[in-house]
Design a protein around this ligand. Structure first.
Ligand code: ZN
Ligand code: ZN
Ligand code: ZN
Ligand code: ZN
Length: 315
């Protein structure tokens, strides 16, 4: 836990007994050709290795360069090596390796997220484009407030958030959190909280933080869905904060964790509370921030095939 002074006191009204298996990406179709099992597509290793840049080890795409002695390297590395071949130190010149470019063109390779379940096979030159969009590509760690480089599928990240970031984990689709901060005058960008919710067999990240919006300090709460954007659209959520006969209500669609925490925050896609209002909601002498945020996650009905939301589950 970081050393900021926000504490989160929560009580959960949701059902604790929800026994749902973690989301598992199942390949929705067999690999082309049918016969190969999803994990068993053997890449053409030797040719594939030839197409790996010996300097940066990324796959090479045209223009592929070579030195006068035939050592290859990618176009990105070529601009960095000051005209010296990194392998033999000879002058590099400006020689394309057309033969290797042609070999690459004839290759068909499985998506590099094959081991994560992607069954697709692509011609070499369109593979990269797919991989950038592949729905099996690993997710970045959704934890904000530190530069964390962990990537993986959702079950791995859930474990990582719990064990390494000591994030609070809750089961249920309703929540009732109290955010307490003893010195609300200190609004720093680094002040934030993350709680993970598990409901409908999915995981959601509830973010709460304080930051400067222009000249004005604000608090913001928003939900991110641990999965892809198209799945996120199956869910909605509401957040409520208030006291003394006033309240603010936010209703929205959770954003995918594919969208960075910062991107969501900067688009104000959540419940934004001005500090004055937050202090008013806190009651007392306005020296301490005490915000009670309640909320609910529900599944939208348009998807009739599976997992229909039963209202009695939502308390
Ligand atoms: Zn390279
Ligand atoms: Zn060389
Ligand atoms: Zn893929
Ligand atoms: Zn992390």
């Amino acid at each position: 836990m970081e050393s900021d002074s926000i504490e989160c006191v929560s009580s959960i009204d949701g059902l604790d007994e929800e026994e749902t298996s973690p989301p598992h990406h199942q390949p929705s179709s067999k690999p082309h050709g049918g016969a190969a099992p999803s994990a068993g597509i053997a890449p053409a290793t030797s040719v594939h290795e030839l197409l790996e840049c010996p300097v940066c080890t990324n796959s090479m795409y045209p223009p592929i360069h070579q030195c006068q002695n035939g050592h290859t390297l990618c176009s990105t590395c070529k601009t960095r090596v000051h005209n010296r071949c990194p392998t033999c130190r000879q002058e590099l010149g400006d020689i394309r390796c057309l033969a290797l470019e042609k070999v690459a063109e004839s290759l068909e390779l499985p998506c590099k997220h094959n081991s994560l379940g992607c069954p697709e096979i692509f011609p070499y030159y369109s593979k990269l484009k797919h991989e950038a969009q592949c729905s099996y590509r690993p997710y970045n760690c959704p934890y904000a407030g530190s530069e964390c480089s962990v990537v993986g599928d959702i079950p791995l990240l859930v474990t990582h958030l719990r064990d390494d970031h000591k994030v609070d984990m809750h089961t249920g689709c309703t929540f009732n959190h109290r955010y307490v901060k003893s010195n609300p005058r200190e609004v720093e960008n680094a002040t934030w909280m993350l709680t993970v919710f598990h409901c409908f067999g999915q995981y959601f990240c509830l973010h709460f933080e304080a930051f400067q919006l222009g000249m004005a300090p604000v608090y913001m709460a928003f939900l991110r869905f641990m999965g892809d954007e198209n799945e996120a659209r199956n869910f909605s959520y509401s957040l409520e904060v208030g006291a003394n006969g006033r309240k603010l209500i936010w209703e929205g669609t959770p954003r995918s964790v594919r969208d960075s925490h910062r991107k969501v925050r900067d688009s104000h896609d959540g419940l934004v509370i001005q500090r004055n209002m937050a202090l008013f909601f806190s009651g007392g002498d306005r020296k301490e921030l005490k915000l009670r945020v309640t909320g609910r996650i529900w599944k939208e009905q348009q998807n009739n095939d599976a997992g229909v939301c039963m209202p009695n589950l939502c308390g």
